[in-house]
Unconditional design. Structure first.
Length: 159
């Protein structure tokens, strides 16, 4: 097993069994397990694992792994078929909103950010809704053209 896979497995275990509220806590826990990494590496690992920072109910936040096997989300969703999770897309001014199946918004955000890195400033994803922040020079037709390559069939879901 390569070093990264071992680190990711340990990271998943740590997040599942602890309530870390910041990356410094996670870095310390990883170091205790023999994995000394930079904050940048940890950030990339958290993004790859689709770890979210969620409210803890006490006014703070903690890191949480994505839920697996929810009724609306297959256990192993093939990224090439991610567009099945998209219900609709619409635009208004410099914003776009994508409505998804519950649990799909973060995965779709990853795909959208990769495909549209020069057309958008960023995204904000909830559980089933994704907000796109378009750059001023971005036009909706070119965005839809690019998205159709990344998420086949999305053109038919435009409102």
């Amino acid at each position: 097993m390569n070093e990264k896979k071992k680190r990711l497995d340990i990271l998943k275990q740590l997040i599942a069994s602890n309530t870390a509220s910041n990356q410094e806590d996670i870095l310390s826990m990883l170091a205790e397990k023999g994995f000394v990494v930079t904050q940048a590496t940890l950030s990339r690992d958290l993004k790859e694992l689709k770890v979210a920072k969620t409210p803890d109910g006490k006014g703070g936040y903690h890191y949480k792994l994505p839920e697996i096997n929810t009724p609306d989300m297959p256990e192993q969703l093939d990224m090439r078929h991610a567009s099945v999770g998209v219900f609709s897309i619409e635009f208004s001014g410099q914003f776009g909103v994508i409505k998804t199946r519950p649990g799909y918004a973060n995965m779709i955000a990853t795909i959208v950010e990769s495909a549209l890195k020069h057309k958008i400033m960023g995204t904000i994803a909830g559980d089933d809704t994704l907000l796109l922040l378009l750059r001023e020079q971005a036009d909706v037709e070119s965005i839809m053209y690019i998205l159709e390559s990344a998420l086949p069939g999305i053109k038919e879901r435009r409102i």
